[in-house]
Design a protein around this ligand. Sequence first.
Ligand SMILES: [Fe+2]
Length: 166
Amino acid sequence: MYSRNVSSSLISSVCHTWSTQSTIQSHLQVQKAQFLDPSTPTKPKPSLEHGDLMSQDTEGEPCLVVCTVKDVEGNAIDDVKVDIWETDSSGHYDVQHADRNGPDGRCVIKSNKEGILWFKAIVPVPYPIPHDGPVGQILRLLKRHPWRPAHMHFMFEKKGWDHLIT
Ligand SMILES: [Fe+2]
C-alpha cells in the first residue's frame, strides 16, 4: 500500500498539470490517499482542542504549531475543519507500523473565530519514498532523489469553500 500510494502520487505529479478541474480533483484524491488514515469507527482520529498534543512520539522534537486560516484577501475564516497528519521521528506514518494500536501523529481541529488553530506536535522530518520499483526507475531517469522534505499535511474543509490539501 505504501509503494502504491507514493507511486501514484509521484506519477501524478510527473504526468499531470494543474490545467483542468478534473485533474485537480484527481490529484487531490491521490494526495488524500497518501497516508490520510481512514481510521475506523472504533479508533477514530482524535479531535483536538487548541493546545492539545497530536503526537505520542517521545523521540520527536516537540513543536508548537500555530496557524491562521485566511482567504485570498487576508480575512480570517472561522470554523474550518482542518485534518492534519505527519510522520513520527523515524519518518514513518502510523499506518506504516504493523503493530500500531490506534492513530498517532494525526488529528482534526477547527479554526476559531479569528481563524486560528494551534496544537502541539513534533518537528517534521524528511523521509524517502520507496524507490525500488517503477518509481525508482522514473526517479533515476529524471535524475531525481527519493527524499521528501520535512513536512506536515493539512486538509481544509468548509462548506461553500474549495477543498484544499497540502
Ligand atoms: Fe507526507
